[in-house]
Design a protein around this ligand. Structure first.
Ligand SMILES: Nc1ncnc2c1ncn2[C@@H]1O[C@H](COP(=O)(O)OP(=O)(O)O)[C@@H](O)[C@H]1O
Ligand SMILES: [Mg+2]
Length: 413
């Protein structure tokens, strides 16, 4: 049997000799023996007992309680543990809150938590869309993705933290991934706001706001084709409505007996006009060709389908179905390039592979919690929309970040 002097046990357990003396006096940790006028001696059983005492101390038991636990056999130890457990749960919740307050404070001090709902740069505005603000840099455009969110075609009064960064960086990711299929308008991402100096004459430079970093890109300004190149891989939305009535989608006959959200035998190119005002109208390939010419008409169709096929095959392996999407093209010295945004949740229908069920409409990967909440709120879908509760905002922000991380395998910058 190993023998421990009081000093040895104290140093092993990290308590003071005085504490051990005191525990002896209380009768909760008796030494195995104590020679007359000599040091107390302990054994392995004492170590186990001491561990129990320290465990109860750490849980917040008083020494009185510990005396009872150890010396009165009818003390209800389970009941006592339950009470302390409850206290612990409360404490851990409080600690979790503290940790997230610390995280928020760090973000706040670094200026990273600021949502960017509007921009007001001393530059000519090219266009202010529902979500993005685009400024004219002469030969270039500066496209800024804000944290604005629209649902049911209405811009909400509150934003979604990080959404703009996610949109900008998802777009950038796909532009890069598909540049072998068709060149695009990207010149560079604004990771560091200083790069903007390159695009402005000295007299027009200004103190670029930090929020531009990560959420904006400089692109070539080109002549835009007056069409929206929609590609659909699944039977949803207006294609499903039409199919139910006539068995066609945008006039294209489809197999009989297809179900809502079913994958189409092959992706369809279903272009629309790009109306400056009012609604975009579906047009067929012949009409596209009338607007942009035969060769460019054929090319936008082939390129749209090629980019979509490439991207959806990649996305599905990462758990995201890109059900349909919209591209825009422009001409750079007569050559076709893809512009605007690319394969973001704003320009596409994203579905979660795990939630996909044929024969019904699919929850939107990114906007479903917002839509569900708005539906439940009883809002009549006329502006202004109500404020979203904090938890809906927080979970939507998380969804956008995960979409980015899943698709690109990278952390958001
Ligand atoms: N490289 C580019 N050159 C010229 N116009 C572009 C380029 N990239 C995008 N655009 C145009 O900028 C506009 C951006 O508007 P957007 O933010 O999408 O607003 P909306 O909500 O009205 O669609 C679109 O009309 C798009 O065609
Ligand atoms: Mg747009």
């Amino acid at each position: 049997m190993t023998d421990y002097t009081v000093k040895k046990l104290a140093s092993l357990a990290g308590v003071s000799v005085r504490t051990l003396h005191y525990y002896d006096k209380l009768g909760i940790l008796k030494p195995r023996y104590r020679p007359e006028n000599g040091y107390r001696h302990y054994d392995e059983a004492s170590i186990i007992r001491l561990k129990q005492i320290m465990f109860f101390r750490e849980l917040g038991f008083s020494l009185d309680e510990i005396v009872k636990i150890i010396s009165s056999p009818d003390f209800d130890i389970i009941e006592a543990l339950k009470i302390h457990r409850e206290e612990l749960v409360k404490k851990s919740e409080r600690l979790r809150e503290l940790v997230s307050t610390v995280d928020k404070t760090i973000k706040n001090l670094r200026g990273e938590d600021k949502m960017q709902l509007t921009t007001d740069l001393p530059l000519p505005l090219f266009v202010r869309g529902k979500v993005r603000d685009t400024y004219d840099l002469g030969k270039h455009l500066l496209i800024i993705a804000t944290d604005r969110l629209s649902a049911f075609d209405v811009v909400l009064p509150c934003g979604i933290p990080d959404k703009g960064k996610v949109l900008n960086q998802i777009s950038a990711y796909w532009f890069d991934q598909t540049k072998h299929i068709v060149p695009n308008h990207v010149i560079e991402l604004v990771d560091d706001v200083k790069v903007l100096d390159k695009y402005l004459p000295a007299a027009e430079r200004f103190a670029y706001p930090q929020y531009l970093a990560g959420r904006s890109m400089v692109v070539k300004k080109v002549q835009r084709l007056p069409i929206e190149c929609v590609v659909r891989g699944y039977l949803a939305g207006s294609a499903w409505s039409e199919y139910k009535k006539s068995g066609t989608a945008f006039g294209i006959p489809l197999p009989k007996g297809m179900l809502e959200s079913q994958e189409l035998p092959q992706p369809l190119f279903t272009p629309t006009t790009k109306a400056d005002e009012g609604h975009d109208m579906p047009i067929n390939l012949a009409e596209v060709k009338k607007l942009v010419g035969n060769d460019i008409g054929e090319a936008v169709k082939a390129k749209s389908l090629a980019i979509y096929n490439f991207a959806r095959q990649q996305a599905i392996t990462k758990g995201i179905i890109i059900a349909d999407t919209k591209f825009e093209f422009g001409l750079e010295n007569g050559k076709l390039i893809v512009i605007d945004e690319m394969l973001t949740p704003d320009s596409s229908r994203f579905w979660d592979v795990k939630l996909y069920k044929i024969g019904q409409s699919q929850p939107s990967y990114d906007k479903q919690p917002v839509r569900d909440w708005l539906e439940r709120s009883g809002w009549n879908k006329e502006p202004p929309a109500p404020m979203l509760p904090d938890e809906v905002i927080a979970s939507t922000s998380r969804i956008y970040r995960t979409a980015y991380e899943r698709l690109t395998g990278k952390q958001l910058k």
